[in-house]
Design a protein. Structure first.
Lengths: 192, 784
């Protein structure tokens, strides 16, 4: 079943004509909230580093905020990714000169693909929460440990007396399971 | 789209490694090659997104409290702007140095405008959006304060708490309310929050932030409010407050009607009443003690600030509802049990609480029909009092809720009961003393509540801990009582001759099992092994009396047993028990939908279940919230679909003694043309996301009754009635049902013969009571 089956049940972005109750800043925050994962994930995909991702995301938000008047109201996530691409490129040029990075061609392709992202954040976030609950205790602990502390896989492994490889493998299995679970949940939510 | 091809293993390895740390240059190049494939590109982005969502979810929320504190007082933001360095703007054309005087004022630290009565949150500028401030925020967020700003955004955005953005700013000078009473208050030790004292006049935006204890306020409008810590309650106007979290009790005299309390998920407008509220960011519980209120759920779609356009829901005395936030949708409003114990927590605190609402001991749906016309003797319900109660009135079952028929005048008596030293065995018990008695007449029927008519006692009676019975005499033809039948249609002791399709395909192996008794009692049951399989399969009775549709009542009940959990902690298999359609490519079913869930903290295997109406095309339809039940154990189920409930029909599901799972149909669903020509157990292709014959679950059902069953033709009316359940309102164990009894007996004679089971049995008499610990003093005053 295609994911798009559920599209009509997903909330749309706030429209280009904001509801009268919403001030521009509120509208902006709503938009951003709905697109946060998409944009954040996209930035990470091209810079592959969480610290840089946070910086770039934050700078991107400022630009988006500043230029919100010019947003045409059709695809906030896409607009945000486009903006993030520019910010990221500058960031990469200035801060990570010489570090390994994707070619411009790959970046452009990734951006194009990112613009097509279908899922809005809120349902995904709910799905993620549900799916996290389904993890076994051990898996949940590992995920919490890795993501809450910001520790490297290596140090998590040492702490637990395991090999880095085995921790990597576990993480991979868990992420895959979560990814499957999120898809399934979204599909189901779309149905109901 | 989520299939993992072995050929892509290397790609997945690289994608995953990029989440664990920076990739080496050659790995990056390798990944880049894979990313030429649009499909893999899509998956790579998905993968990164999940990684980031995990990061935001786990890391982000942990810091929310710190950030909230940082932000709440506005100090940081104020001082940050004060020491604003050169603006590093992305686009100088729109960058701004226009920190106007107006903006500066807004950016003052809270402490400096405490004199105008502002609360702790007032100093935060960015939450109030206008164009001027937008540039200001931009400026404020130069790189030197990336940390704070990032966390600010993360807080606002990720937590969805943009209600920070929507607080009134006008009228700060006016006194809104006075703090009248303080009981054992431990105020939250945030030095930036002023700690109010008794007698202090509080202004707009002042906040009551309690760790524990109770604070009472009198609003200028006349409304009395008590809040219990931990709580966060903001004063907004003389007739309005915002309960961000915590418990609140309100007593609103008529002159203050219109008093309004907002919570993150609801807006409650009082119409002159007593009500209780408990709020969190996710859920609000509202209970109305007296009078009525209008309830407006607040949709999170607009960031929690916009009431839904639906008309308000009127909640009246004795009703309680929860309003649960649903991401970007209208919150879900559900009626819940009116819980006197919960109410008591803040109820005691009110200066003038209304009389506590009495609790109806035995509850059945109103307008239920009696089915025992031939018996005129005494029918009794035995119960134990475990926490002292006060009984205010006695009640009698009213057949169809139309008043007591003039041909009868039933008597209800409250007895103390001598248990003869065997409290658990009621068979040898005798009546000790008639404590109260009430006669019901056609022209003096009393007030109808939950299936019974109640008449107040001249004086309330206190029942100490002990054994009692409520006995009803003289019910008969004209006003029959209900005897609940525990009969079932089919017990599978012999082959039911049901039809199976794909029940032995794709790893499935289920049907009639002659020799097993997983569900208990005698051998013979239906079920077996369900595999994760994307095929339609079933084993069921395909010869119903008639094909059912959504304009008819559709009910079923029975037992089921689930064992041998699906293999993975996260799986994607599912199955159903219920009425369904045998048509090809038709996924219609109505009943219970199961899915595997992980274990709970104690390691018990759990299964997700919900009430579900699945419609013919595409699997869409209505579903309730999910409940979790243990995978190893016997359960009972009972579902009732009633086309007359809700706007377009309602499916209600009870599993064991858990709260009902309820789903209401939409107009489109009701008129979808769904037809049900079978009952049984099965799975549709939509319930599994993939096929894997090794991932299985074992399920059995037994002792089932279902609408349309031919096994006992003509019994339909009876089985409808058996769907009506008698509920003992135990108020968390203050009273406990001990069974029921009936015998030829006249008023004043205790019926000695045992009948029936503990909870199911007879609906004949009831009483209204209150917990002695909870405001019964006021009640006594109120009734005298």
């Amino acid at each position: 079943m295609a994911l798009s089956d559920g599209q009509d049940f997903l909330p749309g972005f706030p429209s280009s004509q904001p509801m009268p109750e919403l001030s521009p800043s509120e509208c902006f925050l709503d938009c951003l909230r709905l697109a946060q994962g998409q944009v954040f994930g996209y930035i990470f995909a091209i810079v592959q580093n969480l610290d840089d991702t946070q910086d770039i995301f934050q700078q991107t938000n400022l630009v988006l905020w500043q230029k919100f008047d010019t947003f045409d109201g059709t695809n906030f996530g896409g607009w945000a990714c486009r903006t993030a691409q520019l910010v990221a490129l500058r960031h990469l040029r200035e801060k990570r000169r010489g570090a390994a990075a994707f070619s411009d061609e790959t970046l452009e392709k990734l951006t194009q693909t990112a613009l097509e992202a279908e899922d809005l954040d809120s349902p995904r976030r709910d799905a993620l929460e549900q799916c996290l609950k389904k993890l076994s205790q051990t898996d949940r602990k590992l995920i919490d440990l890795c993501y809450s502390s910001g520790q490297s896989v290596k140090s998590v492994a040492q702490q637990g007396g395991r090999s880095a490889q085995s921790v990597s493998n576990s993480l991979r299995r868990i992420r895959r399971a979560l990814s499957e679970c999120i898809h399934r949940t979204l599909m189901r939510e779309g149905q109901s | 789209m989520n299939e993992y091809r072995p050929a892509d293993e290397r790609f997945w390895h690289l994608a995953d490694e990029s989440c664990n740390g920076p990739l080496a240059d050659d790995q990056l190049r390798e990944l880049e090659v894979y990313l030429n494939d649009p499909n893999l590109r899509h998956r790579y982005l998905e993968h990164c997104r999940l990684h980031c969502e995990l990061f935001l979810s786990i890391r982000g929320q942990q810091t929310v409290d710190d950030l909230a504190n940082t932000l709440r007082d506005g100090m940081e933001m104020g001082s940050l702007v004060g020491s604003l360095p050169a603006v590093q703007s992305w686009d100088n054309a729109t960058s701004s140095n226009s920190v106007s005087a107006f903006d500066r004022r807004l950016l003052q630290p809270a402490s400096s405008n405490a004199s105008v009565g502002r609360g702790p949150i007032a100093g935060l500028a960015c939450r109030r959006g206008n164009i001027l401030q937008r540039s200001l925020c931009l400026a404020a967020a130069s790189l030197t304060i990336v940390g704070v700003f990032w966390t600010f955004w993360a807080y606002l955005i990720y937590s969805g708490r943009s209600d920070y953005l929507n607080r009134p700013t006008e009228g700060a000078m006016a006194a809104v309310a006075t703090l009248t009473v303080e009981r054992e208050c431990v105020w939250q030790t945030d030095s930036r929050v002023r700690r109010p004292h008794v007698g202090q006049r509080l202004g707009v935006d002042d906040v009551i932030l309690l760790h524990s204890g109770v604070a009472e306020l009198t609003f200028a409008s006349g409304a009395h409010v008590a809040v219990e810590g931990p709580c966060h309650f903001e004063l907004q106007t003389t007739g309005k407050g915002y309960l961000r979290s915590g418990k609140l009790a309100a007593h609103v005299p008529p002159r203050a009607a219109g008093f309004e309390v907002k919570t993150p998920t609801a807006r409650v407008v009082d119409l002159g009443t007593d009500f209780r509220l408990e709020a969190s960011s996710k859920e609000t519980t509202l209970a109305v003690i007296a009078g009525k209120v209008d309830l407006f759920p607040v949709s999170s779609a607009a960031g929690g600030r916009k009431s839904t356009s639906d008309p308000p829901r009127r909640v009246t005395a004795g009703q309680a509802v929860t309003i649960a936030a649903k991401a970007n949708r209208t919150p879900i409003v559900q009626e819940v049990r009116f819980d006197a114990e919960w109410l008591s927590m803040v109820a005691r605190a009110l200066p003038r609480p209304g009389p506590p609402s009495p609790i109806v001991a035995y509850q059945i749906p109103e307008n239920a029909a009696g089915n025992r016309r031939d018996f005129h003797g005494g029918v009794g319900l035995d119960f134990e009092v475990r926490v002292p109660i006060r009984v205010f009135s006695l009640g009698v079952f009213d057949h169809l809720g139309d008043g007591i028929d003039s041909a009868t005048s039933p008597t209800v008596q409250l007895w103390s009961r001598d248990v003869k030293s065997t409290p658990q065995d009621t068979r040898d018990d005798v009546g000790h003393e008639v404590l109260a008695s009430q006669v019901f007449e056609a022209d003096d029927s009393g007030e109808l509540k939950l299936g019974h008519r109640f008449k107040p006692l001249p004086k309330a009676i206190d029942l100490p801990v002990g054994a009692y019975s409520i006995v009803t005499y003289g019910l008969s033809d004209a006003n029959p009582f209900i005897k609940f039948e525990e009969k079932h249609d089919v017990d599978f002791h012999t082959d039911p001759g049901w039809t199976g399709v794909n029940h032995t395909q794709g790893g499935n192996h289920f049907g009639w099992s002659a020799a097993t008794n997983h569900t208990g009692e005698q051998a013979g049951e239906v079920g077996g092994v369900f595999a994760r399989a994307q095929i339609d399969s079933f084993y069921g009775d395909t010869h119903l009396l008639n094909t059912l549709d959504l304009n008819q009542n559709i009910n079923a009940s029975g037992k089921f047993d689930i064992s041998r959990e699906w293999v993975e902690s996260i799986g994607s298999g599912g199955f159903f028990i219920g009425h369904f359609s045998t048509a090809a490519n038709d996924s219609t079913f109505l009943g219970l939908e199961f899915e595997n869930a992980g274990g709970d903290d104690a390691g018990t295997k759990l299964v997700e279940v919900r009430a579900r109406v699945c419609l013919p095309k595409g699997g869409k339809g209505a579903s309730s919230d999910r409940a979790y039940i243990s995978a190893n154990g016997n359960h009972t189920f009972r579902y009732t679909y009633d086309p007359n409930l809700g706007e377009n029909g309602r499916l209600t599901l009870n599993i064991d003694d858990q709260p009902a799972l309820v789903t209401n149909l939409t107009d489109g669903e009701r008129n979808s043309g769904a037809q049900f020509n079978a009952f049984g157990i099965g799975a549709t292709r939509d319930l599994s996301s993939d096929s894997d014959p090794t991932k299985t679950v074992q399920v059995f059902i037994d002792d089932v009754s279902y609408s349309g069953c031919q096994a006992t033709p003509g019994k339909a009316a009876d089985s409808e009635e058996s769907m009506v359940r008698l509920q003992m309102e135990t108020s968390r164990g203050a009273i406990m049902p001990m069974g029921s009894r009936w015998a030829d007996a006249q008023p004043g004679t205790f019926p000695r013969m045992l009948f029936g089971k503990k909870l199911s049995g007879i609906a004949a008499g009831s009483f209204e009571y209150g917990l002695k610990t909870e405001g019964s003093r006021q009640r006594a005053e109120g009734s005298e």
